[in-house]
Design a protein around this ligand. Sequence first.
Ligand SMILES: Cc1ncc(COP(=O)(O)O)c(C=O)c1O
Length: 380
Amino acid sequence: MKPAAIPFNRPTIVSRELHYMSRAILAGHASGDGPFSAQCQELLQSLTGARHVLLTPSCTDALEMCALLLDLQPGDEVIMPSFSFVSTANAFVLHGAKPVFVDVRPDTFNLDESLVPAAISPRTRAIVAVHYGGIACDLDALLSIARAHSLVLIEDNAHGLLGTYRGRPLGSFGDMATLSFHETKNFTCGEGGALLLNHNRLLERAEILRDKGTNRKRFFRGQVDKYSWVDLGSSFALADLLAAFLLAQLESRDLVQARRQTIWDSYRSHLQPWAEHQGIILPTIPNNCDPAWHLFYLVLPSLQARSRFIAHLRTRDILAVFHYQPLHDSEMAHTLGLPNQPDLPQTRRAADCLVRLPFFTDMTEDELDRVIEACLSFTL
Ligand SMILES: Cc1ncc(COP(=O)(O)O)c(C=O)c1O
């Protein structure tokens, strides 16, 4: 009998998700900011070291909240990598910023800190650092650039919950940071996210923005006698029903991360000699980083080689997928009339040559062996 296909991702129920969800329903609080949200936020705060954590319906929403907290004025610019998900740019454009795209480093595909100073103008307000695959950007360099130019540093940490830089958790470095709990992530509730704030002064406005522009939070705390419309805002709170699911996932973090690290290490040790022989590059982990074990990728020498590799795995019913297409050369970038940039070579290389292998928490040994075997049988 033909073995079952191996998907790129398979969301995993790890422990008490369904039990907690039924408790949320029975407790009669399924909407935002219930007891499960409070527990998740407290746990995330202790795991990341962030001052404040607010759950959101997605990382995209958390990024939009960052944009609103920046209070952007027309013409304001935000620096970000071109090799990222659409939301990294869209969230800021939606709230009035002009994105300024910078190339990524050839080793980690993170924002190339050496190119950031030249991208700064009098209109720059913020730098968005994406920790690609949950491996940290050079945060020492980015923080010192941000400080020297009075810019806000935002960590788009969609991939990197529990990753660290110099032993400190990602999400605790920027003025603000975001997380994703989309079903492709290590910890999920289907769709979900969080906004991390590292300044007390940002909290009150963030609470209002998240609560449809009202001061309802202050009302619930007894600080005002009624709540009303006081600012911009939207519906940026995660349903407690989903926070219940998420809490169970977060409580199982040691199990999840240990399994994911084993899969990552297994890919690395089995594929290294083959990759070296073929001129294929495996992920680099800089010395001062502990990864979040979010994804495992290969960098092939060309687009054509990558297409052949993906097709080769597909003949074995294995789904390997490429990642972001360059934002600076997207249809939307052209629609926005952004100045034509010379091509960004490492962004182009990542878009054309990088491929992600199947990687999910409940991947079986048999599935892992099949993917490794399929890779090893590929020659350029
Ligand atoms: C770097 C990055 N930022 C933001 C997002 C958006 O996350 P979400 O789907 O939770 O909105 C993603 C999605 O995968 C991403 O890769």
